[in-house]
Design a protein around this ligand. Structure first.
Ligand SMILES: [Zn+2]
Length: 324
C-alpha cells in the first residue's frame, strides 16, 4: 500500500518514538566493503561494487542490521549517472545501477526481517554524495569547487540522479558529507522544484568542530536545511569523533528537528594515495563511551561513517541500550 505524504514524512519521528528516543544508523559502507575484500580504489569508489560485487553490498547491509542498525544507507554515495556514463554505461544502465543501490538495501531488510523473531522498523536512506565526491579530486573534503561551479551547475548535476533514487522508493534521502553552502542550497531547491515528497536528512562534515569543511558556517548551512520542509533531521557525518560534541551543541541552537551524527573513525583520508592515514585523537573503538554523552547533548540518530564497522555499530547499540 502506498503511504501518504504525511506518513512518509513521519518515518523518522515514528522510528524514534517506537524506540524510546534514539535509533542506530549503520556504519561505513565503502570502507566495510573494502574490509570484506572489495577493491574500491577507483573514481567510482564504492559504487563500483554495484556492478562488480552487488552481493557483497547486500551482505554488508545485513551485517549492519545484525549489529543493531535501524537505518541502512545505500551504496549510492558516489554513484552518479555522469560517473557511470564516463565508464561506458548507457543512460539506461546508469539509472538501473542507481535503482539497484536501493534494491540491495531493500533485499537485505527483507532477508533480515524474514529470519528476525522480533520485528522492528528499518528505514532505507538513499545516499547522495556531493559533486566533489564525483570529481574524486579531494574537493569532497575542501568544498572548493572553483569559481565556475554555480548553483545551477550543481542542481543540473544532481537533478536526474535524485529523481531516479526517489523513484526507487527509499524511506529517506541522505544528503551526506555536504561540504559547503552552495550544495546545501542546491539540494533544498531541487527537492522543491522536483516536488519530492520523500523526507531527507542533511549531514555536513567538519574538520574543526566549528564550521563545515569549506569553512562555510555550520549555523548558516544548518539553518538553510532546517527551513526546508522535506528535511526531517540535520547533523554531521564523516567527521572525527573528537569534534562531535561541540557540533551537536551548535546544532541544538539552530534546529528542533532530530539531530543525527555518524562520525568516522578519526583517521584522515589521503585522496592522492586513496588510503586512510592514522591520526592522533581516537579511533572507532573509542566511540562507545561518548555515545550517551552525545545522546544527552541532543543527538538522537547515531551511527558511524568511514572506517567504522559492524563492531562499532554493535557498541553504539549496546551503549544506547544502557549496557556500555
Ligand atoms: Zn565517511
Amino acid at each position: 500500500m502506498d503511504r501518504t505524504a504525511e506518513e512518509k514524512s513521519n518515518v523518522v519521528e515514528e522510528l524514534l518514538r517506537e524506540n524510546g528516543g534514539w535509533a542506530v544508523i549503520d556504519g561505513g559502507l565503502a570502507t566495510e566493503l573494502e574490509s570484506n575484500g572489495a577493491d574500491i580504489r577507483d573514481a567510482l569508489w564504492s559504487s563500483k561494487c554495484l556492478f562488480t560485487c552487488p552481493e557483497l553490498i547486500r551482505k554488508v547491509h545485513l551485517d549492519y542490521l545484525e549489529a543493531g542498525a535501524s537505518i541502512l544507507i545505500t551504496a549510492s554515495y558516489q554513484a552518479t549517472i555522469q560517473g557511470f556514463l564516463s565508464r561506458g554505461f548507457s543512460q539506461e544502465d546508469s539509472e538501473a545501477l542507481l535503482r539497484k543501490s536501493v534494491e540491495l538495501a531493500v533485499e537485505a531488510r527483507d532477508l533480515y526481517l524474514k529470519k528476525c523473531p522480533q520485528k522492528r522498523q528499518i528505514l532505507i536512506a538513499a545516499s547522495v554524495g556531493s559533486y566533489g565526491a564525483y570529481l574524486a579530486d579531494g574537493s569532497e573534503y575542501s568544498g572548493d569547487y572553483g569559481e565556475y561551479v554555480t548553483l545551477e551547475t550543481l542542481k543540473e548535476f544532481h537533478r536526474r540522479r535524485l529523481q531516479v533514487l526517489v523513484e526507487a522508493g527509499p524511506d529517506l534521502i541522505a544528503f551526506e558529507t555536504i561540504p559547503n553552502k552552495i550544495e546545501t542550497q542546491a539540494y533544498v531547491e531541487l527537492l522543491e522544484e522536483c516536488n519530492i515528497d520523500t523526507p531527507a536528512w542533511f549531514a555536513f562534515s567538519s574538520k574543526d568542530g566549528v564550521n563545515i569543511v569549506s569553512g562555510d558556517s555550520l549555523v548558516e548551512c544548518g539553518s538553510i536545511a532546517d527551513s526546508c520542509h522535506n528535511c526531517v533531521a540535520i547533523g554531521i557525518n564523516c567527521t572525527p569523533p573528537r569534534f562531535i560534541h561541540d557540533l551537536i551543541i551548535s546544532m541544538t541552537k539552530i534546529t528542533k528537528k532530530p539531530i543525527l551524527i555518524y562520525p568516522n573513525s578519526g583517521e584522515s583520508y589521503d585522496p592522492e594515495k586513496k588510503e586512510w592515514v592514522k591520526s592522533a585523537g581516537g579511533s572507532a573503538e573509542d566511540f562507545a563511551p561518548f555515545v550517551n554523552i552525545w545522546h544527552e547533548a541532543g543527538a538522537s540518530l547515531i551511527g558511524g561513517c568511514c572506517r567504522t564497522s559492524p563492531d562499532t555499530v554493535r557498541a553504539i547499540s549496546r551503549a544506547l541500550k544502557g549496557g556500555a
